[in-house]
Design a protein around this ligand. Structure first.
Ligand SMILES: [Fe+2]
Length: 382
């Protein structure tokens, strides 16, 4: 057996879990907390609620919310400067992937210096980070659990993937009550992001028994709950199950990494500022088709986890069902339209393909993919 490592934060999961934030921050040794969030989350009331718990625990705080979806390098630079000026000694994010990734990137610059570009790639963070706690408001990105931070380089117009075990937050808080305030469209997009995390990490070259079990259960939960969660803001059973699915998908991909879907989607998001989950919905089925011959038996397992009846089928025929089931799910929740509609053009493909093969996520894709293969896939998703 090869040596593998499995990283995870302390996970606080359940209805009302957000109320644990004050006591948790105190346990991490915080005196003054740097709270990273965004306007949408502030308007939904979750920052105010969090600050109430921090005040009750006797903590001081500074709020930083000058960030956009698909957060940019300049926002991280500003956040790090604010952190250092403010005298804070811990970082809390309240939000989806964007505030969480900014919080991680601010933490890197706060103790390691330089620019965020210096840390692109794998294991470039060398000094310890401030204590970090992440409260998620989406069931999808999984950033509250992972060793990933994704930040847009505005000059190169791409998303940088930063992977380091130091980026795993100390504590992750996942509260299904908080998920109720998401729109149907965001629920759909973040749910497909979680599906993409679980499928990509399940077939990843770095998958281990510890990651595979989480990935398969996440796929099963998503197939049984995402439609229902999109259909109703108040279906708490579906929200709870999607929260667990997102959590398990993140445990899997944080440790097994991802594949060609994310390597391609990072380029699309960086160029067009598209929603990450919506780009995943378009790209994932095509990458599954491309990858299928690398591990047909694993695709058969995915089909079964998606609820397909694979009894009596050949492995090849069962594997095909995984791809058609994903296409059906994506269609049912209103996603999967061509990327030409959001501005992707033929002329973008050479640059996108060149950058995608440099993305750290491609290293663990189960089928070898060169620039020409990736360009062909981009043509398909147009
Ligand atoms: Fe993702």
């Amino acid at each position: 057996m090869n040596i593998s490592k499995f990283v995870s934060p302390e996970i606080i999961l359940g209805m009302g879990a957000i109320s644990q934030v004050g006591e948790s921050a105190v346990r991490l040794g915080a005196n003054k907390v740097f709270l990273v969030s965004d306007e949408g989350v502030i308007n939904a009331g979750w920052v105010e609620e969090t600050l109430g718990y921090l005040k009750a625990a006797g903590l001081q705080y500074e709020v930083f919310s000058n960030i956009t979806s698909n957060p940019k390098d300049n926002e991280v630079t500003e956040g790090a400067a604010r952190y250092l000026e403010s005298g804070c000694d811990a970082i809390i994010s309240v939000g989806g992937g964007s505030p969480t990734d900014v919080a991680k990137a601010v933490a890197i610059l706060a103790t390691n210096g330089g620019t965020i570009q210096d840390y692109e790639g794998v294991n470039k963070v060398h000094r310890p980070l401030p204590p970090m706690l992440a409260i998620t408001t989406t069931a999808g990105s999984g950033s509250e659990l992972t060793q990933f931070a994704i930040v847009v380089d505005r000059q190169r117009k791409l998303k940088m993937t930063i992977i380091s075990k130091s980026l795993v937050p100390d504590i992750a808080i996942i509260d299904p009550v908080v998920l109720q305030t998401k729109s149907a469209r965001l629920t759909a997009a973040t749910g497909i992001d979680a599906l993409s995390h679980s499928i990509e990490s399940f077939v990843s070259l770095a998958a281990t028994p510890l990651t595979e079990i989480h990935a398969l259960n996440a796929i099963k939960l998503i197939s049984q709950n995402l439609r229902e969660s999109v259909a109703s803001r108040t279906n708490m059973e579906a929200k709870k199950n999607m929260a667990v699915a997102s959590l398990q998908a993140a445990l899997s991909f944080s440790n097994a990494i991802l594949g060609a879907t994310h390597a391609m989607v990072h380029q699309i998001d960086g160029l067009l500022d598209t929603h990450h989950g919506e780009s995943n919905a378009r790209v994932l089925p095509y990458v599954m088709e491309f990858n299928m011959i690398s591990c047909p038996y694993k695709f058969k397992q995915i089909a079964a986890a998606l609820g397909e009846d694979v009894t009596g089928l050949s492995t090849r025929a069962a594997a095909e069902k995984a791809i058609s089931a994903v296409r059906c799910l994506v269609k049912d929740i209103g996603l999967g339209k061509g990327l030409a509609e959001v501005g992707l053009k033929e002329e973008h493909i050479p640059t996108l393909s060149r950058n995608a093969v440099k993305d750290a996520c491609l290293i663990t894709n189960p089928r070898d993919a060169d620039e020409n293969d990736i360009a062909e896939l981009f043509h398909q998703v147009l």
